[in-house]
Design a protein around this ligand. Structure first.
Ligand SMILES: [Zn+2]
Length: 287
């Protein structure tokens, strides 16, 4: 059983290293892709196509490749969105609820005045030691960012790698690159989180983060990235050891560490009200 898990993870990791997007099936089960075409070549799918795929969630794949995990400091630029836009976003989310519950069975939803909380589970790899639990706070105001946290099913927070500073929320893509925007499919968002958790599982089991990644802090790259991982500058081909690491080593490490600590990088963790909710599953914090 252990060998099967290792083999599945290894295969998925190899595909991610080539920027091949694994398949995410219902229940957040991740399977290696059947195609050997890198996601970046497959290009962006149209909204129509995306909608069709949502209706067939058992074969969701091939969506625009996320530019993968990095730090998401700073707010996305807003465009003076109005209340009208926010209510249309609310409607879009509501329209997706039926297919969302099919794609992630057992999902719990708490609706509040300004947004909703989702609590759902992804099986990840069959026979894996853990499943992943996601708590997602999704505002109806498009100017506010989605905040989500990942936990192993034992209630242990998934981090600190590729989580935001300082609240330890999931950092699964660069908000500035349009991978997922307010009003986009929540299934797509959860699929991206599912792959983020599988990459954490790969890190835990095989001791290496698979696939392209972004880490903005030099100290973060030095302390967290392994030399044989793809470089934290977002390269799809170069390993950290032969790309930015030599330069990171030449920098003023005390100054870099100080900045990293100042930005909350050293003690990333979920806020207390989030941890309490994960323990008690009673009333979620206010969005
Ligand atoms: Zn680099």
């Amino acid at each position: 059983m252990k060998t099967l898990l290792h083999e599945d993870l290894r295969l998925i990791g190899l595909q991610l290293d080539k920027n091949i997007f694994p398949r995410v099936l219902n229940g957040g089960v991740v399977m290696p892709s059947k195609t050997a075409i890198p996601s970046i070549i497959m290009g962006e799918v149209s909204n129509d196509e995306r909608r069709k795929r949502q209706k067939r969630p058992e074969t969701r794949q091939g969506q625009r490749p996320p530019r993968w995990q990095g730090e998401t400091r700073g707010r996305r630029k807003t465009s003076g969105a109005t209340q009208v836009i926010s209510s249309s976003i609310h409607e879009k989310y509501m329209d997706e609820l039926v297919s969302l519950k099919e794609a992630y069975p057992g999902m719990k939803i708490w609706e509040q005045k300004d947004g909703m909380w989702l609590l759902c589970q992804s099986a990840l790899i069959p026979n894996a030691l853990h499943r992943a639990i996601f708590l997602c706070g999704i505002p109806f105001d498009p100017r506010k960012r989605v905040r989500s946290w990942g936990f192993w099913n034992e209630g242990v927070w998934i981090g600190p790698r590729h989580t935001n500073m300082p609240d330890g929320s999931i950092c699964a893509f660069e908000p500035s690159d349009g991978t997922w925007l307010p009003g986009d499919s929540i299934i797509k968002l959860l699929d991206i989180y599912t792959l983020w958790a599988v990459r954490h599982l790969h890190l835990q089991v095989l001791n290496r983060w698979p696939g392209a990644q972004v880490a903005h802090h030099a100290y973060e790259r030095l302390s967290e990235l392994k030399e044989d991982e793809l470089c934290g500058c977002g390269s799809f081909t170069k390993k950290y050891g032969e790309c930015c690491r030599p330069n990171d080593l030449r920098r003023d490490r005390v100054a870099d560490a100080t900045k990293f600590i100042f930005d909350g990088g050293a003690d990333r963790k979920p806020p207390e009200d989030v941890m309490r909710f994960i323990d008690e599953k009673d009333t979620p914090p206010l969005l």
